[in-house]
Design a protein around this ligand. Structure first.
Ligand SMILES: [Zn+2]
Length: 145
């Protein structure tokens, strides 16, 4: 192990459990993005934009409440005009909206993981997912293969 790796590992274990979860979630999310199997969208149709805005609006209303319709549609339009065509359109829009929710303190863990509750879900290939399933089995109680 190099010194820089050891430093990162030590810093990680110096965090409390909540921050460790957040750090882990972020690292896995970045790793995932780097190995993305999603297709880049060179051409995004009006129908795809509308479907994304409709689904996102439904999720935001359900979790945060109404009042963000304009933010959602303007974020979707911005990425249509200025986005990088080599990335997946929906992923860019969702990641940007999520970042705005976190940065503006609208909801710093949006959308909160229904399983663990203390960290956001990440959007990938059409699904919200948690990257850290908690597995905890008592010593001596592992199921036989
Ligand atoms: Zn979770």
């Amino acid at each position: 192990m190099t010194d820089s790796v050891r430093k990162v590992v030590n810093a990680f274990f110096a965090l409390d459990e909540r921050d460790q979860q957040a750090a882990m979630s972020l690292v896995l999310h970045k790793y995932w993005q780097g190995t993305s199997d999603e297709q880049p969208d060179v051409h995004v149709s009006r129908g795809e934009v509308d479907a994304l805005v409709t689904a996102l609006t439904r999720d935001v209303r359900a979790t945060v409440g109404p009042g963000y319709e304009h933010l959602i549609s303007s974020t979707a339009e911005d990425h249509l005009r200025f986005g990088n065509p080599h990335d997946n359109y929906a992923t860019r829009v969702v990641a940007d909206l999520q970042q705005q929710f976190h940065d503006q303190f609208i909801d710093t863990s949006w959308p909160e993981c229904p399983m663990h509750g203390r960290h956001p879900l990440w959007f990938h290939a059409g699904f919200w997912s948690c990257v850290q399933p908690v597995v905890k089995i008592k010593l001596g109680e592992l199921a036989p293969r």
